[in-house]
Design a protein. Sequence first.
Length: 332
Amino acid sequence: MKRLLLLLVGIAVSAGSLWYAMRDTNRQTVLHAFKTADYFSLPPILLLLLAFYWLKSIRFAQLLAPATPLTARQLFSPVMIGFAANNILPAHLGEFVRVFVVNRQHRVPAGTVLSSIVLERIFDIFAILALFGLGILFAPSLPENYQRSGMIAAAAAAGVVVILIVYMIRTDWFVKATASIFALFPFIPVWLTSKILDLLRQGAVGLHSLKSATAVASIALNSLLQWLINGYSACLALKAFGIDVTLSTGLILTGITALGVMIPAAPGYFGVIQVCFQIAIQVQQIKPDPSLVLAASLYSQIVGYIAVTATGVVCLNRAQLSLKDLQQAADS
């Protein structure tokens, strides 16, 4: 019942977001935009997608290296299966699917895999916030009030990055300090406190296993490159529909989307992504036809959804697993 309720809430959020994104658009204009779009952008977007997920596989191998010597090639399949599962299962359950696949294929303890995935999220937050701050800093068309708000957001992001660095350097102290801070606020639900502390402890296990500043720097650089590629890919999608943007737009869009996908939504986050595209364009005072923005967002999302899901299904078949196995992994 809980899973069903979560799915229904997600569908409602996606439907409401899609309605909001379409409110000022014209269906005929959207269809015409798809007919006249520059589809020469498709090969580079697909290559960037491949590079994005290959870099994730390299980083995954680096995070698991202290526990087991696996290569990016060996881990590419579990990574794609996990992200494909995220496209068809609610609540980011694809992460647990990835734990299941790595454990089954390579006999790596589930706790070790999970701690590595928690660390991935920490490095992703660092990279997205850093690039979002750069996007705000170099955006050419932000009006003064937006720029001021953006700089405040960038300063807050820098503060979060500092907190993450403290966590990476003094992990045990950070976890204990976080527990003490939560104890000062009894109105915070116990389940939420417990979940956050468990995630921090899981991340600490993986972080301690790295034991190398060079490894941490390499993983951080990998994470920055991943999300830089993601932002550039979004720019290509917008330009394919005649919307002239800079890389700053892509970096701002990446940051806004990272916040957007935290909202419970249907698998694939259709609707939510469309709203994120519109917000990223609006805050920079770029004023294309909203129908073109909607078309570009659908183009970017559909290409990614089909490519990732299809690749994940192929990897699933090669691993001699089934969709039923994924559902069992998610349930467990």
